[in-house]
Design a protein around this ligand. Sequence first.
Ligand code: ADP
Length: 182
Amino acid sequence: MERFRCGGLEILFMKGDITEVEADAIVNAANKYLQHGGGVAGAIVRRGGQVIQEESDRIIRERGPLEVGDAVKTTAGRLRAKWVIHTVGPIKGEGDEESKIYRAVRNSLLLAKSEGLESIAFPAISTGVYRVEPEVSARGMIRAVKDFSRDPGSVKRVIFVLYTDDIYRVFLEEASRQLSQC
Ligand code: ADP
């Protein structure tokens, strides 16, 4: 586990399973239809319960599919987190992946702030099924957190929960580049 301070934020990097993390919200790397089948989405619903899928289905019925970069929230069922924030990252090859990841993270953070949350945990958006290079995801995600740290409102802690050794290492390298002089 590594810890950085930036503006009003504490930013933590840990290896692990995000479904086990205790935070006000955990973020899901979702698809536009909020159909939580595989990857981190599948793990969140298996562990948190079908209520997360049911609330997601209701959101899609009411507003239609999400756009890349959108963020919406559901309850978290049996998870230790209180809320799940679902955001949609880009698929490799669609273009502007880094700035789309930036927007997904920024919108997730703004939603947490507007709900008065203190802590939020993120997986490495788009680095699984969506095949974006971990370096690209790390650049966009960390830049979004760094920019948000200037006006974080209620948010005090952001936790990156990285599932593999390789991705953990990539995120830490990018963190030392961007967050050392914060
Ligand atoms: P995407 O479709 O955005 O690529 P994935 O869920 O396929 O989303 O993968 C995103 C990242 O989440 C990958 O790095 C994957 O290894 C990681 N991941 C999968 N399961 C978990 C989990 N339980 N906790 C944290 N990260 C996870």
